[in-house]
Design a protein around this ligand. Structure first.
Ligand code: PBG
Length: 334
């Protein structure tokens, strides 16, 4: 694209194109629709229909029945897919995260309930062990607390198979182990799940913006240390391209950049470099900041919500995974 440099005033008055709504709409370069949204949803294995998450005002953990209703709601609103994240009863956690492999566990139950209620809505499952481990890490640890790569990958493969077996449309590894996409893809092929999609959290940074999520899924008090030996250094961008290239090579159908707004430069580079659907995750801390400022009357929450979501589209994202999906879709369809 060449940028014209010879537009001179007053022949050119760019404000003509901004003077009223119809012309602004007609000349908008990017648009946001409900079809751009993936609903990020926290589910729990208790009886209560909805449990508020203090660090994420407006967000509730949903039980299985409520999650099924929400899937129906997504269908009605035109939201194509839901990404589910589990809050597990601490009594079911252990060092190895073995509950993640329970075929009758929370996630398989939610998948089935959602697919029954709204078969047309895609169900995306997080592949990682942190909701299930007593130490809060995404994988298996050794005596020193180091997260073991290949041993973890072996468990993630099993977890992904449990999810695919239960009817998940998409498995989304968010753990950042090396080589896990290839291993999961091979196992899906071998077990007759060749149509199960993989959305790789390819460029995932070791970020402070995940703080509220740890409360939402109940791993906050658990986490020992940090995740810097497996998640990416926020200082890097070339490394993100290497991560994405490897995941595509290994069989990822779609890739994700995470967090979202502070990493729009990565979204832009990834979407320009690779011809692959690229999603951005507007994470818990981003949601919490907007909600907190809005609750204090410091910003117009709805306006900022819509502006941030559009920003992801402008940066080249195919879609956005967000806790605002329902609220944003309601505004878009009204
Ligand atoms: C971990 C996982 C995290 C999130 C999704 N999957 C947290 C982490 O990496 O520590 C964060 C989501 C959010 O902050 O909204 N497997």
């Amino acid at each position: 694209m060449s940028i014209p440099f010879n537009q001179s005033f007053p022949a050119t008055r760019l404000r003509r194109l901004r003077q009223s709504g119809w012309i602004r709409n007609l000349t908008a370069e990017n648009t946001l629709t409900p079809a751009d949204l993936i609903w990020s949803m926290v589910v729990h294995d208790g009886d209560e229909a909805k449990v508020p998450v203090a660090a994420m005002p407006g967000l509730n953990r949903l039980n299985v029945a409520e999650a099924a209703k929400a899937a129906k709601r997504a269908s009605d609103l035109g939201i194509p897919a839901i990404a589910i994240f589990p809050h597990i009863n601490p009594a079911h956690k252990d060092e190895e995260g073995s509950e993640s492999l329970n075929p009758d566990g929370l996630i398989p139950s939610v998948i089935k309930a959602m697919k029954d209620a709204a078969p047309d809505v895609g169900v995306i499952c997080d592949v990682a062990l942190d909701p299930f481990t007593t130490h809060g890490h995404d994988g298996l640890i050794d005596e020193s607390g180091y997260v073991l790569n290949d041993e973890t990958t072996a468990v993630l493969v099993e977890q992904a198979l449990v999810q695919a077996e239960a009817g998940a449309d998409v498995v989304a590894p968010s753990d950042m182990m090396d080589g896990r996409i290839g291993a999961i893809r091979a196992a899906l092929e071998e077990s007759g799940h060749s149509n199960t999609l993989i959305l790789s959290y390819a460029a995932k940074y070791a970020s402070g913006f995940y703080g509220p999520y740890r409360e939402a899924i109940g791993s906050a008090t658990a986490l020992i240390g940090d995740k810097k030996t497996y998640q990416q250094n926020p200082a890097n961008t070339d490394e993100a391209l290497r991560e994405v290239a490897m995941d595509i090579e290994e069989g990822a159908d779609m890739v994700m950049v995470k967090p979202g707004l502070p990493y729009l430069d990565i979204v832009r580079r990834v979407s320009e470099t690779f011809q692959i659907p690229t999603f951005a995750f507007q994470v818990s801390g981003e949601y919490a900041m907007i909600q907190a400022a809005a609750q204090n009357g410091w910003i117009d929450g709805d306006r900022v919500m819509m502006e941030t979501l559009l920003s992801f589209k402008r940066a080249g994202a195919s879609g956005i995974i967000t806790y605002f999906a329902e609220a944003a879709a309601e505004k878009l369809v009204s």
